[in-house]
Design a protein around this ligand. Structure first.
Ligand code: HEC
Ligand code: HEC
Ligand code: HEC
Ligand code: HEC
Ligand code: HEC
Length: 485
């Protein structure tokens, strides 16, 4: 080999080494030592102290137990819609994605290694209990600054149910109070925790990111943080851990609830799941539980019906009625409306315009005979797309939004509808409804048909097929406008 060639080879080697050194580092660095349950960002201070199922807490805290029972947190892992989607995800991505999902839907099941896939068979009551007492009250801190996105995401919290001592294990439960003498009555120690009086307690689970690309799929926490309620120190707890009358006062006047006004309801918008769970309780012959969940169903409907307002006004052009303007206002949601699973939830405007004889002149936003929303309907939600920039729904595919059209807290969106010309002197009657349902009919059918085999929809819920999904009318407004100005 000639000398020159060797020099060239060395130079090439050096340049290629430099080339690697300057290669782009990934946008999201993942510290796998910090996050042993990745893609869930949960952390567990492992000790001989075990997690305690909610039935044990019930003995001394019956009121909190009653309120939590049948809540979305109690249902987070049992939820058949969730189980269907999880099962689909495992089939399409592989079993490791389950850790990400379960890290929020049943955190104790993930860290102990008990839950590894979809289904309910043979699981302990602690795993089945989803987001239970001993999840929230064992949270000793968060790693919100260290996450790949440097935001709260995918369960970025630390669970410390207790610790081992030479005299045996000690359980520690964290809460809002300065511990009283004998707090926990020997069963657990108490620790005052300011985290439990902040929205950051909820943030780790209410910021859902793509398991790999760290794209924010659900952003209730950040929507809240960047809005007027956060600025007025109105927390998630202040709207979701109180009854409906108190929630309205909180939203309207930035009222701060008194300690005794807090309840463990965690009530949101998902009336469909309460409906299913109440049916299941009735079918199992547990009338008391059915009533408990029915109450939560009613709260979710009332919450939705308190969240928005509509304003109708006419637009005249050259003295003649040309358009209808509808202003849709988010008056009481502490985050965008709708929030969270915005690419699945459906909120839309239905408009009917009639002449004086009741003849329909124009409609928009009606449902067809298959329960599908007709084309050209004004929807307030989002549409997901995958890496190929094509439409997608599943959370392991969606890596961006092609459209994101939700209404910010205390904000509004205006929609204009062209109206047909009428004869001089005639009136036009308008009815506008803002409607809401959990999902598109076909999407719900696809998810429920994917539930794992050990979940029997007919036996548990009495479902032989997916019935037409219920719709809640959030607000209805009527008006009459003259044809001429
Ligand atoms: C999603 C998190 C979460 C879950 C699940 C949860 N709690 Fe709480 N808990 C809280 C928060 C937040 C507070 C503080 C509320 C406040 O400001 O008073 C609290 C307060 C408490 C208190 C103090 C007294 C009170 O009610 O304010 C007790 C006792 C308690 N919880 C027990 C329980 C029990 C028992 C369960 C299960 C049946 C449970 N918690 C489930 C978040 C949770
Ligand atoms: C960071 C926490 C977190 C992670 C990770 C997470 N979820 Fe969720 N999930 C939530 C929260 C919070 C909600 C409730 C939001 C809402 O109601 O819009 C939810 C709701 C859902 C729902 C809707 C249930 C219903 O009854 O309408 C489905 C389905 C679901 N998740 C599936 C999954 C799957 C599958 C994964 C994993 C690929 C996953 N989730 C990962 C927190 C999480
Ligand atoms: C043997 C009875 C007993 C059991 C079982 C029990 N607790 Fe307690 N706990 C108490 C007593 C007593 C207090 C203090 C008075 C109060 O706040 O109600 C307390 C206080 C608390 C507090 C408030 C702590 C603070 O400093 O703010 C929380 C949170 C709590 N318990 C959670 C739980 C959870 C979660 C479980 C189940 C894992 C549980 N407890 C089981 C008796 C018990
Ligand atoms: C360990 C993760 C976790 C924590 C912490 C947590 N949540 Fe949740 N939350 C969930 C999951 C998962 C669901 C959805 C369950 C489902 O849809 O099946 C949920 C559902 C809800 C819902 C019902 C949503 C609906 O569609 O009706 C509300 C409201 C809620 N959470 C509020 C809170 C508040 C307030 C806090 C803090 C005090 C909190 N959550 C803390 C995981 C969590
Ligand atoms: C000012 C009151 C208020 C505050 C503060 C608030 N919310 Fe809500 N939340 C609502 C209302 C009203 C709804 C029902 C309308 C909707 O879905 O947006 C709701 C709905 C939800 C839902 C259900 C979404 C679904 O798809 O079913 C979740 C989850 C939720 N909130 C979580 C949170 C979290 C987490 C925080 C704090 C970061 C928070 N909320 C703060 C009023 C509030």
């Amino acid at each position: 080999m000639s000398k020159r060639f060797v020099v060239l080879a060395i130079l090439l080697f050096v340049f290629s080494a430099v080339g690697t050194a300057f290669a782009r580092s990934p946008v999201f660095e993942v510290d796998h030592d910090l996050y042993p349950f990745y893609p869930s960002l949960l952390k567990w201070n492992k000790s001989p102290a075990e997690f305690t199922p909610p039935e044990t807490c019930k003995g001394c805290h019956p009121q909190q137990y009653e309120e939590w029972t049948g809540s979305m947190h109690a249902l987070a892992f049992k939820d058949p819609v969730y189980q269907g989607e999880l099962n689909k995800g495992i089939k399409e991505v592989g079993p490791e994605i389950a850790r990400q999902c379960e890290g929020c839907h049943t955190p104790a099941g993930v860290v102990t290694g008990e839950v590894t896939g979809a289904g309910h068979e043979g699981l302990s009551s602690m795993a089945m209990a989803g987001v239970s007492c001993d999840i929230c009250h064992s949270i000793s801190g968060t790693t919100h600054w260290q996450t790949p996105s440097h935001e709260p995401e995918n369960g970025s919290m630390i669970l410390t149910p207790g610790y081992g001592t030479t005299e045996g294990t000690k359980l520690v439960k964290r809460g809002p109070f300065t511990p009283s003498e004998n707090c926990g009555m020997g069963f657990h120690e108490c620790e005052e925790s300011s985290l439990h009086l902040r929205a950051e307690l909820c943030a780790s689970c209410h910021q859902v990111y793509h398991y790999d690309r760290h794209f924010p799929l659900e952003s209730s926490y950040l929507e809240w943080k960047h809005g007027p309620y956060a600025q007025n120190t109105v927390l998630c707890q202040d709207c979701h851990m109180v009854d409906i009358d108190t929630f309205k006062k909180v939203a309207d006047d930035f009222y701060h609830p008194k300690r005794e006004e807090y309840h463990h309801y965690f009530n949101g918008a998902n009336f469909l799941l309460y409906h299913l769970a109440a049916e299941a309780a009735r079918k199992a012959g547990d009338e008391k539980l059915a009533e408990n969940i029915q109450h939560k169903y009613e709260m979710a409907v009332e919450r939705l019906q308190a969240a928005a307002a509509l304003e109708l006004s006419p637009v005249y052009r050259d003295g003649r009625l040309a358009e209808l303007k509808v202003r849709v206002k988010n008056i009481r949601a502490g985050h965008n409306l709708p929030t969270s699973l915005t690419n699945i939830r459906q909120m839309w405007l239905e408009i009917t315009a009639k002449d004086a004889d009741g003849n329909v002149l124009m409609t928009s936003g009606t449902l067809d005979e298959n329960g599908q929303i007709v084309e050209n309907t004004r929807m307030f939600n989002s549409e997901g797309m995958g890496n190929d920039f094509h439409f997608a729904i599943d959370p392991w595919v969606v890596t961006s939004f092609s459209r994101h059209d939700t209404i910010p807290p205390r904000g509004f969106k205006d929609v204009y509808y062209g109206l047909p010309a009428l004869e001089e002197g005639q009136d036009i009657a308008i009815e506008a409804r803002l409607r809401y349902r959990q999902a598109d009919q076909k999407v719900a059918e696809a998810l429920l048909s994917a539930v794992p085999e050990d979940i029997d929809l007919e036996k548990t819920y009495g479902l032989t097929e997916v019935p037409e999904l219920p719709v809640v009318d959030m607000v209805t407004e009527k008006a009459r406008f003259a044809q001429s100005e």
